[in-house]
Design a protein around this ligand. Sequence first.
Ligand code: NAD
Length: 269
Amino acid sequence: MTDFSSVKGKIAIITGAADGLGKAIAQCYADNGMKVVVSDIDTKKGTQFVNEIRSAGGEASFIQADVSNEEDAKQLVADTVEAYGRLDGFVNNAGIAAGNRPVHEYATAEFDRLMAIDLRGVFLGMKYAVEAILKTKSPGGFIVNIASLAGILGNSSMGLYVSAKHGVVGLTKSAALDYAPHNITVNAICPGTFRTSIWGDTPEEVVSEYAKLFSPSGRLGDPREIGHLALFLASDLARYISGSAISIDAGSSAGKITPVQWEHPEILN
Ligand code: NAD
C-alpha cells in the first residue's frame, strides 16, 4: 500500500496561504500531520485559517509576509526556524494576475508589480528557504513553486503573467540542478484553471463558459487537487522527482482542441 506518512512532522511554509490554492495546500499538509506555517499579506484571513486548522487538531502558525519584500522573506524563514528548529519545505504559491491586454497596453508599473510578486517573490522565497533547509540539515528538503499553464505555453493578452511564470519554471529547473547533490527537490506545479478568488468577481456564467472553452474536461479544477499533488511532492515517495514542471490541467497543455463529431455517441450513455 502506498504510504504518505513520510510527510508527518515535516515543517513547511506556504506563501499566499490565506486563500485559494495556497490554502488548499496548507490544509492538505496539516490534514496529513505536517506542521504548516501559513504566510500571507492578509493577516485576518490567515489567522482565521490557522485557528481552523488548530481547532481540527492540526499544527499551524501564521506569519505575515509580503513575498515581494526581501526583509519579509528573510524574517519569515528565520521566525519559522526559530519556532520549529528546522525547515523541510517551502511552497512559493503567492501570486497575482494582470488584466488581459496586448503587451503594448500594459503600463511599465504593472510589469514591475507583477514581476515583483510572481517572479522576484519566488526567487526570494527559494533563496532564504534553501539556505535554511541546508543549514538545518533537513533529511528530505523540498521546494514547490506554483507556476501555471502560463509557465509552459504562451497566451495572447497575458504577456506579463506568462513571462513571470516562464521565469518561475526556469528558476525551478536551474535550482533543481543546483540542489540535487544536496537532496533538495525543486519542482513547479502548473495549474490550468482553478476556481479561486484570483477570478475576482467574474460572473459565474463567464467562468463556466471559460471552463467549457479552455478546459478539455469542461470543468474548472478543484483547489484540493493541487493540494494532493503538492502533498505527493512533499513526501518521500517523490524524492526522485526534481526539476519538473508538472501540469495539472485536465490535458489543456497537451495540445490543441479540434471539435470532433463522434461517430458513436451512443457509447457515452
Ligand atoms: P488567490 O487570489 O485565490 O490567493 C492568493 C493569495 O495570495 C491571497 O491570500 C493573497 O492575499 C495572497 N497574496 C497576494 N499577494 C501577496 C503578496 N505580495 N505576498 C504574500 N501573499 C500575497 O490566488 P490563487 O488562484 O489561489 O493563486 C495562487 C497561485 O496559483 C498564484 O501564483 C497563481 O498565479 C497560481 N495559479 C492560479 C490559477 C487559478 O486558476 N486559480 C491557475 C494557474 C496558476
